[in-house]
Design a binder for this molecule. Sequence first.
Ligand code: OOG
Ligand code: MG
Length: 278
Amino acid sequence: MFSGYNDLMSESSTDFVEALSRTLHDARLTAREIPRITEKRPLSIDEAYSIMEAGIGLRERDGEQVVAYKMGLTSEAKRRQMGLDQAIFGILTDRMQLRLGSPYSLHGRIHPKAEPEIALRMGRLLDARNGSISEDQAWNAVAEVAPAIEVLDSRYVGFKYFSLPDVIADNASSSDYLIGNSVPKPAHWSELERWVLRLSVNGAVQHEAPGTEISGSPIRSLVQLVTLLSQRNQVLPAGSWVLLGAATPAVALEPGMTVELELQGSSAQSQTRLEVAR
Ligand code: OOG
Ligand code: MG
């Protein structure tokens, strides 16, 4: 029986954040589902991000380093799939990054799903703490562009019908990510809107969508991330990778599956493959 939420109502806010980040951390490490937090207690978006950050602190204590960020629920299709209505961000570490060409073991995952994304590497820091940044400013700070496959997992029972604060506290369902080989950086960010992202499983196309499915324009995801970080008094550091959000719904992973992301644009063509181990 899950008993980790027993004292939730009586704890102070700091203890509560500590306790829940630990509960989610342990659920991930032991691959055990837990009930959603908001079944027991209301949770604000702000508290939820504090739980996420405390959880990343626990991972850092285990030797992991923050090297990337992600935007989530930037696509209408994803929001519909999850029944949620607002874009959110998550924090990614070096240990979550998968290596190209290595089989991906589902061991230790609860209900993993894969989704097609575009990743950007920042050549310069972006900071919106003293005012908003423009799309051009954001694009000028980008050093590298690559396709990416994100593997989501949720620590909550069933991976559905959770509330926005629940999913934020669980680091936006982050689990692993694979960054493909870089493609040439387009001269203008609007070209990303015309890219097509196609997700296949065992050679059969499951989902396909244009870049406009990502926040209307993928660059808007980057601006949104920098804005959300600034609301937590944070900046996007140079060198970070950013996953801009899925363009299509996610597909459930099973042992032995091959997932392929094909990216098609006028100046960019590429294929990235994730082989799930048997
Ligand atoms: C939240 C994470 C969503 C995306 O790209 O939309 C996400 C979820 O679906 O559980 O990473
Ligand atoms: Mg994603």
